[in-house]
Design a protein around this ligand. Structure first.
Ligand code: ZN
Length: 171
C-alpha cells in the first residue's frame, strides 16, 4: 500500500469532474489501498482519488483514522441519494494545508456507491460523517470547500490560495 503524494490546490485534477469508474477491478482495489494508506499517513478522515492525482470517482472515509476497521468506508461512484437539514462547521482539506473554512453542509445524508467487491452499498451519516461524505463527493465533482464559502470569504481565500499555488506548496 504505497503512500502517494497529495496534490495541492491549483492542480487541474482537483478542479474538474472525475470520471465514472466502469468496473471495480484489481486496479481500482489497488487505488483504494493506496488512498487508505495515504489518508491514514496524512493523517486525515477522508480522501478522494483526485487528491492523489487520479481523476476517478473514488473516495475513502475513516473517522477513526485506522483505529477501528468497522469505520473504514471505500466507495466507487458515490452519490448523495438523500440530504436533509443543515450544519456549518470548520473544515480543512489535505489539498489545502494550513487553511480552513466553514461551508454549509446537510446535517444528514445517505450515500450510495460500489464497495471494493463491486457490490452496491449504502451509508447514512450525520454530523462529521455527513460532512466527510459531502467533502469527498465534492472533490470528485471538482469542488473544494473553498468553493462553498460565502462570496466574500471565498474570494479572499481564493486570492491567497492562487498565490500559494503560484509560489509552490512545498514548505
Ligand atoms: Zn479535501
Amino acid at each position: 500500500m504505497p503512500i502517494r503524494p497529495i496534490v495541492k490546490y491549483g492542480d487541474p485534477v482537483l478542479h474538474g469532474p472525475a470520471a465514472h469508474v466502469e468496473a471495480v477491478d484489481e486496479s481500482v482495489r489497488a487505488l483504494f489501498d493506496d488512498m487508505v494508506a495515504t489518508m491514514w499517513a496524512a493523517p486525515g478522515i477522508g480522501l478522494a482519488a483526485p487528491q492523489i492525482g487520479v481523476g476517478l470517482r473514488v473516495i475513502v472515509v475513516d473517522l477513526s483514522v485506522g483505529e477501528d476497521p468497522a469505520q473504514l468506508i471505500k466507495l466507487a461512484n458515490p452519490v448523495l441519494v438523500e440530504a436533509e437539514g443543515e450544519q456549518k462547521h470548520e473544515e480543512g482539506c489535505l489539498s489545502i494545508p494550513g487553511y480552513g473554512g466553514s461551508p454549509r453542509r446537510p446535517a444528514r445524508v445517505v450515500v450510495r456507491g460500489l464497495d471494493e467487491s463491486g457490490q452496491e452499498r449504502e451509508y447514512a451519516g450525520t454530523d462529521l460523517l455527513a460532512r466527510a461524505f459531502c467533502h469527498e463527493i465534492d472533490h470528485i465533482d471538482g469542488r473544494l470547500f473553498v468553493d462553498r464559502l460565502s462570496p466574500l470569504k471565498r474570494d479572499l481565500l481564493k486570492r491567497k490560495l492562487r498565490k500559494r499555488a503560484r509560489e509552490g506548496w512545498e514548505e
